[in-house]
Design a protein around this ligand. Structure first.
Ligand SMILES: Nc1nc2c(c(=O)[nH]1)N[C@H]1C(S)=C(S)[C@@H](COP(=O)(O)O)O[C@H]1N2
Ligand SMILES: [Mo]
Length: 206
């Protein structure tokens, strides 16, 4: 009798074309930045409701409400990290603290060294999108984004920007780092939206 593999349940949660790797890969472009709490700022730029940008110090940012989200995480290079428990601040808390202007439909997420990823506001505002400071009840390691990364588990993981330093509210869509380099503007793994040539009208900026 065929035995059920130990990870059968996780296999069932895999989007098309993904696999569960041995170990837990770490992947990013460039070097791991240092965290300097005294000078670290989280900036909210672009079309805020007040018309003014807003800066959080590390202490202020850490004071935002907290939540946990259990989710899988899918890299476009086809590995998935299954069953992570992320702890941090829900994106909705930031939207409440620094509301966007009424015409804002998109958000650019900015990181150290100028890495960026764009999100539709509807994806940013999902209740599973969070600014994570912990994974599986431990602080993020430096290579996983310490002190804080955004996690957008329902989209390919290049959108889950590590070492995040701010967001920019956009009234018109604009491509981020990988979206400018041939990756899909929306990036839904369940639809296998990997590359920009797959985009349909309305998926990305003209
Ligand atoms: N700042 C930054 N964030 C980033 C990246 C990057 O190059 N720079 N790479 C992304 C990609 S492609 C993936 S798959 C995930 C990997 O997260 P992990 O290292 O925790 O597995 O981080 C994403 N966030
Ligand atoms: Mo990735």
């Amino acid at each position: 009798m065929a035995s059920v593999p130990e990870n059968a349940e996780e296999e069932n949660r895999l989007p098309p074309g993904q696999y569960i790797p041995r170990g837990r890969p770490v992947i990013h472009y460039g070097r791991v930045p240092a965290f300097r709490p005294q000078t670290w700022r989280f900036q909210v730029l672009g079309a805020t409701a007040s018309g003014e940008p807003h800066d959080f110090t590390w202490e202020e940012f850490s004071g935002l409400p907290r939540t946990t989200v259990v989710a899988d995480f899918h890299c476009v290079t086809k590995f998935s990290l299954m069953g992570n428990e992320w702890g941090g601040h829900p994106a909705s808390a930031l939207l409440e603290r620094v509301p966007p202007a009424p015409g804002v439909r998109h958000v650019m997420v900015w990181a150290e060294y100028g890495y960026s990823a764009n999100l539709r506001m509807s994806d940013f505002a999902r209740d599973t999108t969070l600014f994570a400071t912990e994974i599986n009840e431990k602080p993020l390691s430096p290579e996983r984004g310490y002190p804080v990364r955004i996690v957008v588990p329902h989209l390919y993981a290049w959108k889950s920007v590590k070492w995040v330093r701010g967001i920019e509210y956009l009234t018109e869509d604009r491509r981020g780092f990988w979206e400018e380099r041939g990756y899909h503007n929306v990036a839904d793994p369940w639809k296998e939206q990997r590359y920009s040539y797959q985009e349909e009208p309305g998926d990305g900026p003209p």
